[in-house]
Design a protein around this ligand. Structure first.
Ligand code: SF4
Length: 291
């Protein structure tokens, strides 16, 4: 059998050049109201013989791979023993491998013992992609995140205490215009409490057919205007308190691409947002925004 992936396959933008292996198919939660990524995909954890066969087939063609991403939605939900076998084989079969990234939900981390997380770090998981989305419990409930702010902070801190670097995402516009200020303030507080190595802001885009899409069509939810999005981002950046955290809003969903290190680049980022607020021509046009 050859190396193949079961579609659809998603990976973070920064893993665009990575070789992908599916440890799981779909997402064990599969309920976030803004997400249709795995709606038609029945969740399951792949077996070790299946994953082993994928790795053996891929190494024939991609022997020089330096980066691997473990998919699908939250591969960290897999049992630690399975993940350790996968990592061991990856670093053995790909001699140039430098890093392995993975998606995780709060419960995936909270369900593991600190020693297991340490073992995963030592075995070569080098970046955990972790969705905070919002620091407001009201908004997390509204988007069916399936975790509270306290759980997400606890999970994030637990992973970092085990040595696992985190890349945290937040969603601009997750609370709509009515909860914009609450979202900005609470999300800045929660992200600061985690204090990850990387923080990315995406801007809410609602896929056709999602629960949020139905709410939008019924008039029960509103998207932020580009200017409201920038204002929300501005408040968030003003209130973040981070240590050497690489902040990005360069995802294709955003109106303005920002990149800097927080807190040290705060003033530079705020000045750039201010320029965007004063000059809407600088913003990414609506038709070029994408997930
Ligand atoms: S956890 Fe991620 S993949 Fe799963 S439903 Fe939520 S946004 Fe989608």
């Amino acid at each position: 059998m050859g190396y193949y992936l079961v579609p659809p396959v998603y990976r973070p933008p920064s893993e665009a050049a990575s070789l992908i292996f599916q440890v799981t198919l779909g997402c064990s939660h599969n309920a976030c109201s803004f997400c249709v990524s795995y709606k038609g995909k029945k969740f399951r954890i792949k077996t070790w013989p299946e994953i082993k066969a994928d790795i053996e087939a891929a190494k024939v063609f991609y022997h020089n791979a330096t980066r691997v991403f473990l998919a699908d939605g939250n591969a960290m939900v897999a049992e630690t023993g399975l993940l350790l076998k996968v990592l061991d084989k990856l670093y053995h079969d790909f001699p140039y491998l430098e890093r392995v990234g993975i998606y995780a939900r709060a419960n995936d981390i909270l369900d593991k013992e600190p020693e297991d997380l340490k073992k995963l770090h030592e075995a070569g998981i080098s970046l955990v992609y972790y969705g905070l989305e919002s620091g407001s419990d009201r908004i997390l409930k509204m988007v069916h995140k399936g975790a509270t702010v306290a759980q997400i902070i606890e999970g994030g801190r637990k992973a970092m205490d085990a040595g696992l670097p985190l890349s945290v995402t937040v969603i601009i516009g997750a609370g709509g215009p009515e909860l914009s200020e609450e979202h900005a303030t609470a999300t800045a507080a929660a992200a600061s409490a985690i204090n990850p190595a990387y923080l990315s802001a995406l801007t809410m885009l609602i896929p056709e057919g999602s629960f949020m899409d139905r709410k939008l069509k019924r008039g029960e939810f509103k998207l932020l205007t580009p200017m409201q999005s920038l204002n929300e981002l501005k408040i968030m950046i003003e209130k973040l308190s981070l240590t050497n955290c690489v902040f990005r809003s360069n995802h294709a969903s955003n109106y303005l691409p920002l990149k800097g290190t927080l807190n040290q680049d705060r003033e530079k980022l705020l000045a750039f947002i201010q320029r965007g607020l004063a000059n809407p021509d600088l913003l990414r046009p609506e038709f070029m925004r994408a997930l």
